[in-house]
Write a protein that binds this ligand. Structure first.
Ligand code: NAP
Length: 311
């Protein structure tokens, strides 16, 4: 019987593992399809405290794993298929590989995946002019034109943020009206550096000889016209999907968008002994450091839960 199973190996998962490991709880970490989480798809991370010279995303995750393993965390590279609370209060955590782990508590830290357009070559261009994170990558594109795709709060926020660096920001939206809240929309549309491109669909990424984005082709959904827009980077901001499909039928409360609902001020879910941490519960901040902080909170909450069980 495990004390705690941590599902997910992004910043939240590893931080939970470091804390529960240091508390001698001997955590078992189940790594998913993308070990290391979203940071493994980024290049340099400049805003994680403690790294004034910056750190590569995959290196940061490797260091977190080493730190967790140093304190006794064990890792299995398995995908969880279901979680079920048993009558005796323990959890059965089943994996697609056919294993069934028993644990007294569980921390879900499976993150969220940014949505992309699904265009050819899109995935291989991540880090080469296609990204989903303006906070992470905006500073790498000073004094050049860039584009943001989307019409929600994220797109408006990212476009406004990017005006600090870029010479121009095209806000490409598939309709002629933003979905964003009025305040965010007004701020973006009132910024001289932001030019909206309405009724527009990006159909293709065009690259230079080094394989880096140099432009996109845009299809106008009303006029049917095609045009080319020169941009050095495309920030795709069309939403995120929390990685919670495996929780369907588990009884864990999810919100309308599928995020695990936390219990107000702590990381408890609606099921006793089951906690969540990081982007799987957060559609607002979504930062490496906030996920790490929440991972620490989940570990402390799990520790207290286990201590109370011991009575
Ligand atoms: P969102 O509100 O779901 O907006 C996604 C946008 O992407 C929509 O404009 C949508 O177009 C567009 N889109 C979706 N799929 C597309 C596709 N395949 N091709 C082109 N465009 C596509 O997502 P979000 O902006 O990430 O916001 C998520 C939640 O976080 C919201 O509740 C938001 O209010 C919140 N948020 C809050 C803040 C803040 O308050 N500071 C900041 C960021 C996010 P349509 O409009 O045509 O559907």
């Amino acid at each position: 019987m495990e004390n705690v199973i941590i599902i997910g190996t992004g910043c939240a998962g590893w931080t939970s593992a470091i804390y529960t490991g240091r508390a001698n709880l001997d955590p078992l970490v189940l790594a998913g399809e993308q070990p290391g989480g979203q940071l493994t798809t980024t290049t340099e991370v400049e805003n994680f405290p403690g790294f004034p010279e910056g750190v590569m995303g995959p290196d940061l995750m490797m260091r977190m794993q080493q730190q967790a393993e140093k304190f006794g965390a064990r890792v299995e590279y398995e995908m969880v298929s279901s979680i079920e609370k048993q009558d005796d209060g323990t959890f059965s955590v089943k994996t697609t590989g056919g294993n069934d782990y028993a644990s007294k508590s569980v921390i879900i830290a499976t993150g969220a995946s940014p949505r992309y357009l699904g265009l050819e070559d899109e995935m291989s261009l991540i880090g080469k002019g296609v990204t989903s994170c303006a906070t992470c990558d905006g500073a790498f594109y000073p004094d050049v034109p860039v584009a943001v795709i989307g019409g929600g709060d994220s797109a408006c926020e990212e476009a406004t943020f990017l005006t600090k660096f870029a010479s121009k920001v095209y806000l490409i939206h598939r309709r002629d009206e933003l979905r964003a809240s009025k305040i965010m929309a007004d701020r973006a549309l009132g910024n001289d550096k932001i030019e909206p491109v309405w009724d527009a669909e990006v159909r293709e990424y065009l690259t230079d000889e080094e394989g880096h984005v140099r432009a996109v082709t845009v299809h106008n959904r009303v006029s049917g016209e095609h045009s080319e827009l020169e941009v050095k980077c495309v920030f795709v901001a069309i939403g995120h999907d929390p990685n919670t499909q495996f929780l369907k039928g588990s009884g864990v409360e999810l919100d309308d968008e599928g995020y695990v609902v936390q219990n107000g001020h702590d990381t408890k879910s609606n099921i006793e002994g089951l906690f969540s941490a990081g982007d799987v519960s957060d559609h607002v901040y979504r930062q490496a450091i906030t996920a790490a902080g929440n991972g620490c909170q989940a570990a402390l909450d799990a520790e207290r839960y286990l201590a109370a069980l011991e009575g």
